[in-house]
Design a binder for this molecule. Structure first.
Ligand code: HEM
Length: 152
């Protein structure tokens, strides 16, 4: 298939680099570590985002509720990344995630730019190998797909 989100080769690199970090069976602790790093950095960069996660007990980021939330987010990211060669499926998944975010008061398009830049800046130390250009090319459409109809 032809990559609608990014080139076939960029998508292959992104999936390989991502999946390599999760190899070895028990991926939940690795996903949680990635998720915690991303959320902590986002709350530091944009403190107003923290209260959006009160329902999932953000006050205790080690709580079961916040871990469960973190796993929902990073599992979703994992599923999206692994559909980079299936543009139709990926488009449907993004539409569903866009709806789930559109209904949440206070979620802004801008926050997705903040999170995106955090992810670009942190994957280099979270992954064994990191082809930043490929990630930028492929994640652009993923973030846009979720955030495009959110208020600025
Ligand atoms: C690639 C980026 C992201 C992915 C894959 C993602 C994924 C998800 C998923 C799967 C859920 C659970 C949906 C549900 O069960 O209703 C969720 C909830 C949520 N997301 Fe995101 N998200 C992303 C970025 C963001 C950003 C940047 C923000 C805003 C700062 C945000 C704010 C929220 C909020 C407020 C909830 C609801 C939390 C709750 O359950 O109370 N998300 N997200």
């Amino acid at each position: 298939s032809t990559g609608q989100f990014c080139s076939y080769e960029d998508a292959a690199n992104v999936m390989r680099e991502w999946n390599k970090a999760l190899k070895g069976g028990n991926s939940a602790p690795i996903l949680l570590r990635i998720s915690n790093a991303i959320f902590n950095a986002m709350f530091a960069a944009e403190p107003s985002t923290r209260a959006l996660f009160n329902r999932v007990n953000v006050d205790d980021m080690h709580s079961g509720e916040f871990h469960a939330h973190s796993l929902r987010v990073v599992n979703a990211l994992d599923n999206l990344i692994n559909k980079l060669h299936n543009a139709d499926t990926l488009t449907e998944m993004l539409a569903h995630l866009a709806n789930q975010h559109n209904v949440r008061d206070g979620v802004r398009h801008h926050y997705f730019h903040v999170m995106r830049d955090i992810i670009y800046g942190s994957l280099g130390s979270l992954l064994d190998s990191y082809n930043e250009d490929a990630w930028r090319n492929c994640l652009f459409g993923i973030f846009r797909g979720i955030a495009k109809s959110l208020p600025d």
